[in-house]
Ligand binder design. Structure first.
Ligand code: NAD
Length: 459
């Protein structure tokens, strides 16, 4: 069967199921969302998913996958639990407006192999919350993990007398099938690298395509250096840096450079010397492309491939870098427990460097700062062209929602127009509905010219 027909068959099943869900009440969808989430975070299921994800992808580590499922699924549920997504969701008496939520229809969802465990679950929860059906196109490298997750979620739907076909997957994925899905569905929600984002936006279907990260973190001379080093280590080593948000580069003000390196070493960082950097570069890039042998691997494995010796307890690799761009590959996304470190004169230079690095790769995704100067926090927010700035936080824990910050939980992070994306938000259930504005007449509200034009009227 050709790709077009194969996807058409999956779409027909999903559409039939979605027609049933169209009639569901808020209470009914909320129960389904909770039930699906609960089934996934049950210890035996989360363990099974995390184990298979590692076995199949050989990317990341079991603890990271398990922790991600446990936290991100609960977090996404917390965020959407009491939200209205069915029928009338808002009334504004003063403006005479009533907002009515309606489903989008069938969502086409692309899933990255680096985050194959929680991404499909949260996308399915978002879809159900809006009375949609969802069809997954997993990465070929994590297709079995995806099928297992879909099976668990479909069984839950069945248990609750809802059509299983609200959640459907392509079992044997290919680029042709992914592209076909993107052209036949009603909304694409695509998470992955830049090639995929381009494909999503070329599909002709409305799309949230969110792309590559390359998070850069500033450490200035006012920072609590020990705290910064600890948080950088946590984020850099989590799931062996599979996250698009993991610290890829540090930009460090020279006054605290040596102190930060010392503290990072105490946290398990190993700083390569010039000779080792040459060996590491040869192991990390093949013909200008990141080697798949180093992506999301433990530091020991990367060191072994590079012919570098690490001591016990050394869990991430640090590389000094002074340039940005194709001739300086460490300034790009490394998808590994390797972090580039740039030394700068002062905070002003640090801000420019972050724009330069993210302008090269990971445009619009995210950055962070360790500082105690609150004015600088605002300056970073104002001057750096990214969609999120994490202050004194482990980047990959924080960006996509954490219990101790206010970021919406998701694993799909919009990168704004800088990253070629339509949204700069964390993509959540809110992006999975259409909203009809019902407007009734009100007393006219007409401002005077003085109120509207003020000062300029007399210029
Ligand atoms: P990937 O881009 O290789 O794959 C993602 C999905 O897109 C898969 O299902 C894949 O089969 C499909 N795909 C890839 N290229 C395609 C194309 N040209 N046409 C149609 N479909 C295509 O992603 P990955 O390697 O698993 O993830 C790594 C990349 O994703 C990194 O760059 C990372 O920063 C980024 N990422 C971003 C986010 C975010 O929220 N912004 C989240 C996770 C990963």
């Amino acid at each position: 069967m050709d790709a077009k027909q194969q996807v058409a068959d999956l779409m027909a099943r999903a559409r039939k199921a979605q027609e049933v869900a169209e009639g569901y009440s808020q209470e009914r969808v909320d129960t389904l969302v909770k039930a699906v989430a609960w089934e996934i975070v049950k210890e035996e299921n989360a363990k099974k998913i995390a184990t298979l994800a590692i076995e199949e992808s050989r990317l990341g580590n079991y603890d990271g996958k398990y922790a991600k499922l446990m936290k991100k699924v609960r977090g996404a549920l917390r965020d959407m639990k009491d939200a209205k997504t069915v029928g009338v969701i808002e009334r504004d008496e003063a403006k005479g407006l009533i907002k009515v939520a309606k489903p989008v229809g069938v969502i086409g969802a692309l899933v990255p192999c680096t985050n194959p465990e929680a991404t499909p679950v949260i996308k399915a929860m978002n879809a159900l919350k809006g009375r949609n059906a969802i069809v997954f196109a997993p990465h070929p490298r994590t297709k079995k993990t995806n099928s297992l997750i879909v099976e668990i979620m479909r069984n839950t739907l069945k248990k609750y007398d809802a059509p299983e076909d609200l959640i459907v997957t392509i079992d044997e994925p290919s680029l042709d099938l992914s592209n076909e899905l993107m052209s036949q569905c009603d909304l694409v929600v695509a998470t992955g690298g830049s090639g995929m984002v381009k494909a999503a936006y070329s599909s002709g279907t409305p799309a949230y395509g969110v792309g590559a990260g390359n998070a850069v973190v500033i450490v200035d001379e006012t920072a609590d250096i020990k705290d910064a080093a600890h948080k950088i280590m946590l984020s850099k080593t989590f799931d062996y840096a599979t996250s698009c948000s993991a610290e890829n580069s540090l930009v460090v003000v020279e006054e605290v450079y040596d102190e930060l390196i010392k503290n990072l070493e105490a946290e398990g960082g190993y700083l390569v010397n010039a000779e080792e950097k040459v060996k590491l570069t040869a192991a990390m890039w093949e013909d200008g492309h990141l080697s798949r042998h180093i992506v999301a691997q433990p530091a020991g494995r990367i060191a072994e491939l590079a012919g570098i010796e690490l001591s016990l307890g050394e869990k991430f690799i640090m590389v000094e870098e002074d340039g940005v761009g194709p001739d300086h590959p460490y300034s790009g996304e490394k998808m590994s427990v390797v972090v580039a470190i740039h030394k700068v004169k002062d905070f002003g230079e640090a801000v420019d460097k972050v724009n330069e690095i993210t302008g090269y790769q990971g445009a619009g995704h995210s950055c962070g700062i360790h500082t105690t100067n609150e004015d600088r926090v605002i300056e970073v927010g104002n001057r750096i062209k990214v969609s999120r700035v994490m202050v004194r936080q482990p980047q990959c824990y924080a960006n996509s929602g954490n219990w101790d910050n206010g970021m919406p939980f998701t694993l799909t992070l919009g990168c704004g127009t800088w990253g070629g994306n339509i949204s700069s938000e964390n993509i959540t259930y809110k992006h999975f509905i259409n909203v009809t504005w019902v407007s009734t007449p009100i007393e006219p509200v007409i401002p005077s010219d003085e109120e509207l034009f003020g000062d300029v009227m007399n210029d």
